[in-house]
Design a protein around this ligand. Structure first.
Ligand SMILES: [Zn+2]
Length: 265
C-alpha cells in the first residue's frame, strides 16, 4: 500500500471510530435518562407508600373514621411523659373528652402510674413501638419485638392488650402489616395534625383546626420519641389543646376514641 493510501485509510478508520464512540455516547443518554426516571419514579412510589399518612399501598390503614355521626378522634403519641401526659389528662377530664394514646413501651416502663391513669380514665390505648425506631432500620424480628415488648408492658399494668398500632414518624415498612395481621392489630395513621413537634401554640391550633371535620383523626404529642425525656417540652401542645377541643365542639363535633371508628367485629 502506498503511504498516501495508508494514511487515508487510517484517517477514515479514526473518523469512523470517533463517530462510533460519539454515537455510543448519544445512545447512552436515553438509557441513563430512563434509568434515572425509573429510579426516581420507584423512589417517589416508595416514599408515597411508606410515608404519606393516607397511603394504603403497603396495607390497610385507618386514616379517618366515617363522616356520619360527626365524630372526631384526638390522638396523642410518644407518651407517657410527666408532667405533660398528666396535664393532657387534666384538660380532657375537665372537658369530658375521650382520646387515644399511642404509647411507647419504654415510656410505659418509665411512667407506669401515668399509663394506669390513662386507662382508668377511660381513654384508648395504642402501641407505638418500644423505643420509637424507624421501622426501615429494623429486621422483621426486631419489629416483632418492638410490638410485643410494648403490648406486654401495657398488659402488665392494665390487663388490656391494644388492638391499634401507629408506626414511629408515621413511616410504615415491609413486613409490618404481616406482623400486625398475625396479632389481630390495626394500623392507624391520621388525617390532620397540629405539627406540634415544630410549631408554637397558635400555629398548632390553626393547623389542627384545618383538619377538624367529621371523621377526623387528629395527631398531637404528649411524650418523647427518641430524644431524652428531659429535653422534651410539650407545653405548646398543652396550651393549644383547650382551643382545639372548644372549636371542634362549637362546630358540632363529638369526641370519640379511635377504637370507636372501627367496625365492631
Ligand atoms: Zn412518635
Amino acid at each position: 500500500m502506498r503511504p498516501l493510501v495508508r494514511w487515508a485509510k487510517a484517517s477514515k478508520e479514526r473518523r469512523l471510530g470517533r463517530q462510533c464512540g460519539e454515537n455510543g455516547l448519544k445512545m447512552m443518554w436515553p438509557i441513563v435518562g430512563l434509568s434515572a426516571a425509573v429510579g426516581g419514579a420507584l423512589g417517589a412510589f416508595l416514599y408515597y407508600a411508606c410515608t404519606v399518612p393516607s397511603s394504603q399501598i403497603l396495607g390497610p390503614t385507618l386514616v379517618r373514621g366515617p363522616a356520619e355521626g360527626r365524630r372526631i378522634a384526638l390522638t396523642f403519641d410518644d407518651g407517657p411523659l410527666s408532667p405533660f401526659t398528666e396535664q393532657v389528662l387534666d384538660i380532657l377530664r375537665e372537658r369530658r373528652v375521650p382520646a387515644t394514646f399511642f404509647v411507647c413501651g419504654k415510656n410505659v416502663e418509665r411512667f407506669p402510674e401515668i399509663l394506669r391513669r390513662v386507662h382508668e380514665e377511660g381513654h384508648g390505648l395504642g402501641n407505638h413501638t418500644y423505643s420509637h425506631p424507624f421501622l426501615f432500620s429494623c429486621s422483621r424480628a426486631q419489629m416483632a419485638a418492638q410490638i410485643d415488648r410494648t403490648q406486654a408492658a401495657i398488659e402488665k399494668l392494665t390487663g388490656y392488650r391494644p388492638g391499634l398500632f401507629r408506626p414511629p414518624y408515621g413511616i410504615r415498612w415491609f413486613g409490618i402489616f404481616g406482623l400486625l395481621r398475625e396479632r389481630g392489630m390495626q394500623m392507624v395513621q391520621w388525617s390532620a395534625t397540629g405539627f406540634d413537634w415544630k410549631l408554637g401554640t397558635e400555629d398548632i391550633v390553626r393547623e389542627a383546626l384545618k383538619g377538624v371535620q367529621p371523621g377526623a383523626v387528629i395527631l398531637l404529642h404528649d411524650g418523647v420519641g427518641r430524644a431524652r425525656p428531659a429535653r422534651m417540652d410539650r407545653s405548646a401542645t398543652i396550651r393549644a389543646l383547650p382551643a382545639i377541643i372548644d372549636a371542634a365542639r362549637n362546630a358540632g363535633l363529638t369526641f370519640v376514641k379511635v377504637q370507636d371508628f372501627l367496625p365492631v367485629a
